[in-house]
Design a protein around this ligand. Sequence first.
Ligand code: FMN
Length: 352
Amino acid sequence: MKQIEQRKSDHIEVTLKEKVVPDYDYWSDVRLVHRALPEVDMDAIDTSVTLFGKRLEMPLVVTAITGGFPLAKQINANLAEACAQAGVGLGVGSQRPAIENGDDGTYSVVKDFDVPLVIGNVGAPQLVRQRNHRAFTLEEVLKAQEIVGADIMAIHLNFLQEVVQPGGDVNASGCLEAIRALAGQGPCMVKETGAGISRETALMLKGTGIRGIDVSGVGGTSFAAVEMYRAERKDDRVAMALGRTFFDWGIPAPAAIIEADVGLELIASGGIDDGLRIAKGLALGADAAGCARAVLADAMESSAAVLGKIERMKAELKAAMFLTGCSSVRELRERRVIVSGRTADWLTASEE
Ligand SMILES: Cc1cc2nc3c(=O)[nH]c(=O)nc-3n(C[C@H](O)[C@H](O)[C@H](O)COP(=O)(O)O)c2cc1C
């Protein structure tokens, strides 16, 4: 297996086998207020939303996971089939391998299904020159978009991972301009990969012409952790230490939703693994939620397993909407939330 294929395969294996989420549960800091008298007919609750101009049956996107190595084709096919059936969005993993080596079918397989919103993926580090490789051209990124028939391209920010990973792409200068150039060519959004987006970063991004932000904050998969376990296997002491030290580095997911709410479409993510967390993300101001790790084991199994997980989340979301007296997602976004613990500390301190 080539180095990049091995890395993709390791990411899946490590995420499934190891403890890659932080100890502190930021989502427990967020509570919705129970309405003993909901005054809503649960059967009439409408969970549909419009995200990036596409109608989704529920406010959920399965965010970028994989592509570019053999097992990825089945994973992406299972995800795409389930997302098409459930009427939710789907992002493919970093399309760097497809740009460098051409489409191998592991990404384009999503085109076999009628997914209502398909999100392509390219890394911001690949949009600028690095030690070992040149920047991708706009044409190459547009080609990646075509390969999956993406409605919008996600540009991922993963500098925490790059700094822990030996030989990572750590030239971040020029990324903002590169994002602006890409956003000038077609619909783009920016996503983190587990370390969150701050208000300062969100405001910088807003000026580039991107359509939306997926916060991917601390509380779910930590890529510092993923790289730490990979480093352990290679006995790379420096990378191990970096991964351990920066395990839970970043902006807590619920706080990032409030920080990154700068008037663009907003996706709440980082540790979303049930429908109650989706409801909390929306009540904090997001337009939809995103999850990756929560569906990974199911995606290894079958599309039916992924669909089952999404349906469970939908039932939980509906229950949360009912118990807060909401018959639409719009109403849920206006509901009061109680924020306590470290998340409240963060928000209070960041306002000072
Ligand atoms: C195995 C794995 C691979 C991932 N690969 C990518 C990727 O290629 N591009 C990207 O933008 N995000 C990638 N992510 C990040 C997710 O899209 C998401 O932002 C992050 O995992 C936080 O969500 P979670 O806590 O629900 O997992 C990956 C996540 C996992 C678990």
